[in-house]
Design a protein around this ligand. Structure first.
Ligand code: APR
Length: 234
């Protein structure tokens, strides 16, 4: 196998687990404690905006209090040192990749850092606490919501991601259960376009059959190990 040039990486909640942010579907995960229909759908937000905003206010505070771990730092190192493009796509709404030093991160499920007006789509820096009556700075509508992609909504930057999946030589999936589409389909898209596929996860994911190679363990160990091997072999 020839050495990869363009590497496309998809990360999920598992890469931030050791930073204290918790995952969604593991035992004790967020969706075992809360109903995603109430907290992560436009319908849930319409039913009870105060409850939804309180949840995201708490999540945003947790993110602010957390720090990147060795896995985030290893990917930033790879982006800085690799001789070809490294496209980093994350499903996470935290900013731990950026705080670890990653220069370009594609947030396909949005980000905690901005607020979004549900009336006119204006974005602005997220306040510490969002309340249902907060007016949009552009249109004044009291329709402030988190800038995160909920179930039933279309993820962001799909054109850019599609282009990367079509042209990468190696696709790497890190810390994601492979159950939420379209992200869960990226490995097969990249593979169909000729890329090698690698999974780095605590355990085999729901998509394990789509990977040419897999390493299982905690992200803070297996991601830096993989990056070190890759940089040494180039
Ligand atoms: N290191 C590596 N992997 C880990 C670790 C760890 N320390 N801890 C957990 N994992 C793995 C789990 O085994 C699991 O496969 O991370 C994965 C986390 O899966 P999910 O909780 O389903 O998170 P994710 O795949 O990111 O969810 C996708 O679902 O609710 C939505 O929008 C939300 O972006 C999220 C999307």
């Amino acid at each position: 196998m020839s050495k990869p040039r363009h590497i496309a990486i998809l990360t999920g909640a598992g890469i931030s687990a050791e930073s204290g942010l918790g995952t969604f579907r593991d035992v004790g995960g967020i969706w075992s404690r809360y109903d995603w229909r109430d907290l992560a759908t436009p319908e849930g937000f319409a039913r009870d905006p105060a409850f939804v905003l309180d949840f995201y206010n708490w999540r945003r505070e947790t993110v602010r209090a957390s720090e990147p771990n060795e896995a985030h730092r290893a990917l930033a190192l790879l982006q800085g040192e690799w001789h070809g493009p490294v496209t980093l796509v994350t499903q996470n709404v935290d900013d731990l990749h950026e705080r670890a030093g990653s220069p370009d991160v594609i947030h396909m499920h949005g980000t905690h850092l901005t607020a979004l007006c549900a009336a006119c789509n204006q974005r602005w820096p997220a306040p510490e606490v969002m309340r249902p009556a907060d007016p949009c700075p552009a249109c004044d509508a009291p329709r402030t919501r988190p800038d995160v992609v909920w179930f039933g909504e279309t993820p962001y930057h799909l054109d850019r991601i599609g282009a990367a999946l079509a042209s990468c030589d190696l696709f790497v999936s890190i810390g994601t259960s492979g159950t939420v589409y379209p992200a869960a389909g990226f490995a097969s898209t990249a593979r169909a376009a000729g890329a090698r596929t690698l999974e780095l996860n605590l355990e085999p994911s729901g998509n394990a059959g789509l990977f040419d190679e897999a390493h299982h363990g905690k992200a803070s160990r297996i991601v830096p190990d993989w990056v070190a091997r890759l940089l040494a072999e180039r």
